[in-house]
Design a protein around this ligand. Structure first.
Ligand SMILES: *[C@@H]1O[C@H](CO)[C@@H](O)[C@H](O)[C@H]1NC(C)=O
Ligand SMILES: *[C@@H]1O[C@H](CO)[C@@H](O)[C@H](O)[C@H]1NC(C)=O
Ligand SMILES: *[C@@H]1O[C@H](CO)[C@@H](O)[C@H](O)[C@H]1NC(C)=O
Ligand SMILES: *[C@@H]1O[C@H](CO)[C@@H](O)[C@H](O)[C@H]1NC(C)=O
Ligand SMILES: *[C@@H]1O[C@H](CO)[C@@H](O)[C@H](O)[C@H]1NC(C)=O
Ligand SMILES: *[C@@H]1O[C@H](CO)[C@@H](O)[C@H](O)[C@H]1NC(C)=O
Length: 356
């Protein structure tokens, strides 16, 4: 036994050391497991990735059809993309009734169809909201309420034609008074979907790749008044005829359209592909032609009226005129007779002798 023990003394020590190492490891593991729930910050939402250092939570493709519920309060950038969120509900981003400090919210490619009133409540610090590449068909007039610090709103390729009127209503809220940049590319818009421009602080309005054929004088006047505003308009099907004049002179006269060189005519057929800037004034200036035609017609009518009035006066006074003519004739005859009499007197030789 002793011999065996002493013989195995070495191996026993080895065994003890190994065992105690295992024990330490095990204890550490248990401690880790016990302590980890305390550090909740590192636990992320299901099917999301959390990067605490950069304050970013990213939720990509998933089965969820709603906005994740427990967004960590340290989140500054929240990315939710590739999900099937058909409705953005009222207060969708409110966690437990408290405000989040999120400044950037990216919601592209989520198949969003409906934005309910106050959907973005509880995000008072939001600077940038990207709703691009969704399928919006219902947008509440109060959809963007409660976003006093929003500076950039991206809605490219997202608004269906049925929702353009609703979009105008939703965007004309005082709550967007800090909006600097509004991107509305690829929405088949026929006109600027803003009712007024002076309620924002807009520096960039991106309307490329829409269905705008022209912009009317009223809107151009408003654009002139927003001197710092830049409007991007390429890839629109401009109708280069009568009615493009206000837009044409605005492009020539202001530098508010940075992509002016890329605006092309789509109509009429003969001018398709011609840069709008290369047009001549008379190509778009049907205003003066119209004015000339109108003034000639007007002149003709006035002359005809004067003629008619003249004829009526003549007709109504025909009795008086006859009398007047008779008077004149008689006066003439009297005068002639007086002359005749004088002549006869002057030529009487007796009288001539008396005078001498
Ligand atoms: C999205 O969800 C709706 C129901 O919420 C369902 O009808 C639709 O088929 C889904 N679409 C996709 C692309 O998963
Ligand atoms: C939610 O709110 C309740 C009371 O309003 C509070 O007790 C609880 O701690 C809150 N939870 C979170 C995650 O903020
Ligand atoms: C559309 O939106 C994206 C952001 O999602 C932005 O980077 C891009 O410049 C926008 N404009 C166009 C014309 O695509
Ligand atoms: C223009 O917008 C349409 C959607 O309205 C989109 O399918 C197309 O790819 C866009 N074209 C370009 C050049 O961006
Ligand atoms: C653009 O013109 C339309 C009517 O012509 C008007 O309803 C709209 O308010 C105008 N928008 C801007 C921004 O001038
Ligand atoms: C040219 O632009 C100025 C402001 O930049 C504006 O006051 C003026 O009316 C414009 N002229 C025409 C012909 O549009």
């Amino acid at each position: 036994m002793w011999i065996f023990h002493s013989a195995n003394n070495y191996s026993e020590r080895v065994f003890f050391v190994t065992w105690s190492r295992w024990c330490l490891c095990y204890c550490a593991a248990v401690a880790c497991l016990l302590l980890s729930p305390v550090r909740t910050d590192d636990v992320c939402l299901s099917s999301c990735v959390c990067a605490r250092n950069s304050g970013t939570v990213t939720c990509r493709e998933g089965e969820d059809t709603e906005v994740p519920g427990d967004i960590p309060e340290w989140t500054s950038t929240l990315v939710i993309t590739g999900r099937n969120i058909s409705t953005l509900q009222r207060g969708a981003f409110m966690t437990n009734g408290t405000d989040l400090e999120v400044t950037t919210l990216l919601l592209s490619y989520n198949g969003i169809q409906v934005i309910e009133p106050y959907a973005f409540l509880g995000l008072p610090r939001l600077h940038l909201l990207d709703l691009s590449h969704n399928r919006l068909e219902t947008i509440s007039a109060r959809a963007f309420h409660g976003l006093p610090e929003l500076r950039s709103l991206y809605l490219n390729d997202s608004v269906l034609p049925v929702a353009t009127t609703q979009l105008s209503a939703a965007l004309s809220t005082q709550s967007l008074s800090n909006l600097h940049r509004l991107e509305l590319a690829g929405n088949r818009l026929m006109s600027i979907p803003l009712r007024a421009l002076d309620i924002y602080n807009l520096h960039a309005l991106v309307l490329v790749n829409n269905s705008i054929e022209t912009i009317g004088r009223e809107n151009i006047t408003n654009l002139y008044q927003q001197k710092r505003l830049r409007v991007y308009l390429s890839l629109n099907p401009f109708r280069c005829s009568c009615g493009l004049d206000a837009l044409y002179y605005w492009l020539k006269n202001s530098s508010q359209c940075p992509d002016a060189k890329h605006l092309l005519c789509s109509e009429p057929e003969a001018k398709r592909g011609t840069p709008v800037e290369m047009l001549q004034g008379e190509d778009v200036d049907c205003g003066t032609e119209n004015l000339e035609t109108v003034s000639y017609v007007f002149l003709g009518i006035v002359l005809a009226l004067i003629g008619v009035v003249f004829l009526m006066v003549l007709y109504l006074n025909r009795g008086g005129i006859k009398r007047w003519l008779n008077n004149i004739r008689e006066a003439c005859r009297d005068q002639m007779e007086v002359y005749h009499y004088r002549y006869e007197q002057d030529s009487d030789p007796r009288l001539a002798n008396v005078a001498v």
